[in-house]
Write a new protein. Structure first.
Length: 125
Protein backbone atom coordinates (compact mmCIF):
# COMPACT_ATOMS: atom_id res chain seq x y z
CA UNK A 1 0.00 0.00 0.00
CA UNK A 2 1.19 3.54 -0.74
CA UNK A 3 2.62 5.44 2.22
CA UNK A 4 0.18 8.36 1.90
CA UNK A 5 -2.82 6.02 1.74
CA UNK A 6 -1.66 4.08 4.77
CA UNK A 7 -1.09 7.22 6.86
CA UNK A 8 -4.56 8.45 5.99
CA UNK A 9 -6.27 5.09 6.52
CA UNK A 10 -4.81 4.63 10.02
CA UNK A 11 -5.85 8.16 11.00
CA UNK A 12 -2.41 9.74 11.41
CA UNK A 13 -3.41 12.49 8.98
CA UNK A 14 -6.91 13.85 8.37
CA UNK A 15 -6.67 13.69 4.61
CA UNK A 16 -4.62 11.85 2.04
CA UNK A 17 -3.45 15.19 0.68
CA UNK A 18 -2.00 16.14 4.09
CA UNK A 19 -0.25 12.74 4.26
CA UNK A 20 1.17 13.24 0.78
CA UNK A 21 2.44 16.73 1.68
CA UNK A 22 4.09 15.37 4.83
CA UNK A 23 5.91 12.78 2.72
CA UNK A 24 7.00 15.45 0.22
CA UNK A 25 8.37 17.66 3.02
CA UNK A 26 10.37 14.74 4.43
CA UNK A 27 8.33 14.44 7.64
CA UNK A 28 7.86 10.70 7.12
CA UNK A 29 10.86 8.39 7.31
CA UNK A 30 11.52 4.66 7.13
CA UNK A 31 14.88 3.58 8.49
CA UNK A 32 16.06 7.19 8.61
CA UNK A 33 15.37 7.74 4.90
CA UNK A 34 12.64 10.14 3.71
CA UNK A 35 9.67 8.40 2.12
CA UNK A 36 7.91 9.47 -1.06
CA UNK A 37 4.11 9.36 -1.02
CA UNK A 38 4.02 6.56 -3.61
CA UNK A 39 6.46 4.31 -1.71
CA UNK A 40 5.05 0.84 -1.10
CA UNK A 41 5.12 0.02 2.61
CA UNK A 42 5.62 -3.51 3.93
CA UNK A 43 4.38 -5.18 7.10
CA UNK A 44 6.98 -4.59 9.79
CA UNK A 45 8.22 -1.20 8.50
CA UNK A 46 9.01 1.23 11.31
CA UNK A 47 7.85 4.76 10.45
CA UNK A 48 9.14 7.98 12.04
CA UNK A 49 6.52 10.67 11.50
CA UNK A 50 6.83 14.34 12.38
CA UNK A 51 3.35 15.88 12.73
CA UNK A 52 3.60 19.45 13.96
CA UNK A 53 5.20 19.35 17.41
CA UNK A 54 4.61 15.61 17.79
CA UNK A 55 7.13 13.01 16.70
CA UNK A 56 5.49 9.58 16.21
CA UNK A 57 7.11 6.16 15.87
CA UNK A 58 4.80 3.42 14.52
CA UNK A 59 5.18 -0.08 13.10
CA UNK A 60 3.04 -1.29 10.20
CA UNK A 61 1.04 -4.41 11.18
CA UNK A 62 -1.39 -4.60 8.28
CA UNK A 63 -3.13 -2.67 5.57
CA UNK A 64 -6.78 -1.57 5.83
CA UNK A 65 -8.78 -1.41 2.61
CA UNK A 66 -10.31 1.92 3.64
CA UNK A 67 -10.06 4.50 6.44
CA UNK A 68 -10.84 2.73 9.69
CA UNK A 69 -12.40 3.97 12.91
CA UNK A 70 -10.19 4.81 15.87
CA UNK A 71 -10.98 1.58 17.79
CA UNK A 72 -9.71 -0.52 14.85
CA UNK A 73 -6.39 1.32 14.33
CA UNK A 74 -4.37 -0.94 16.72
CA UNK A 75 -5.04 -3.88 14.37
CA UNK A 76 -3.08 -2.13 11.62
CA UNK A 77 -0.33 -0.23 13.48
CA UNK A 78 1.65 -0.50 16.70
CA UNK A 79 2.56 2.76 18.44
CA UNK A 80 6.13 2.96 19.82
CA UNK A 81 5.99 6.71 20.49
CA UNK A 82 7.51 7.57 23.89
CA UNK A 83 5.03 9.22 26.28
CA UNK A 84 7.57 12.01 26.66
CA UNK A 85 6.88 13.04 23.04
CA UNK A 86 3.15 13.36 23.75
CA UNK A 87 3.88 15.42 26.86
CA UNK A 88 6.22 17.77 24.99
CA UNK A 89 3.71 18.26 22.16
CA UNK A 90 0.89 19.02 24.63
CA UNK A 91 3.07 21.54 26.43
CA UNK A 92 4.05 23.21 23.15
CA UNK A 93 0.35 23.48 22.16
CA UNK A 94 -0.48 24.97 25.57
CA UNK A 95 2.30 27.56 25.25
CA UNK A 96 1.17 28.50 21.74
CA UNK A 97 -2.42 28.99 22.88
CA UNK A 98 -1.31 31.20 25.77
CA UNK A 99 1.04 33.32 23.68
CA UNK A 100 -1.32 33.73 20.71
CA UNK A 101 -3.41 36.90 20.85
CA UNK A 102 -7.15 36.41 21.15
CA UNK A 103 -8.54 38.24 18.16
CA UNK A 104 -11.95 39.80 18.10
CA UNK A 105 -14.28 38.87 15.28
CA UNK A 106 -13.96 41.05 12.20
CA UNK A 107 -17.39 42.57 12.65
CA UNK A 108 -18.84 43.42 16.08
CA UNK A 109 -22.32 42.17 16.90
CA UNK A 110 -25.22 44.39 18.00
CA UNK A 111 -24.37 44.29 21.71
CA UNK A 112 -20.72 45.11 21.08
CA UNK A 113 -21.70 48.03 18.83
CA UNK A 114 -23.89 49.42 21.63
CA UNK A 115 -20.98 49.15 24.07
CA UNK A 116 -18.62 50.85 21.62
CA UNK A 117 -21.04 53.73 21.08
CA UNK A 118 -21.55 54.08 24.82
CA UNK A 119 -17.81 54.07 25.44
CA UNK A 120 -17.26 56.72 22.74
CA UNK A 121 -19.97 58.84 24.34
CA UNK A 122 -22.05 59.17 21.20
CA UNK A 123 -25.04 57.46 22.79
CA UNK A 124 -26.64 58.42 26.09
CA UNK A 125 -27.26 55.59 28.56
Amino acid sequence: MRADQYLHHVRIFRSRNMASQACTRGNVRVGGQPVKAARELKVGDLLDIQRGDLSLVVRVLGFPKFRVGAPLVPQFMEDFTPTENYRKAAEARREKSLSAPHLMPAKPDKKQLRQIRQWLGSEEA
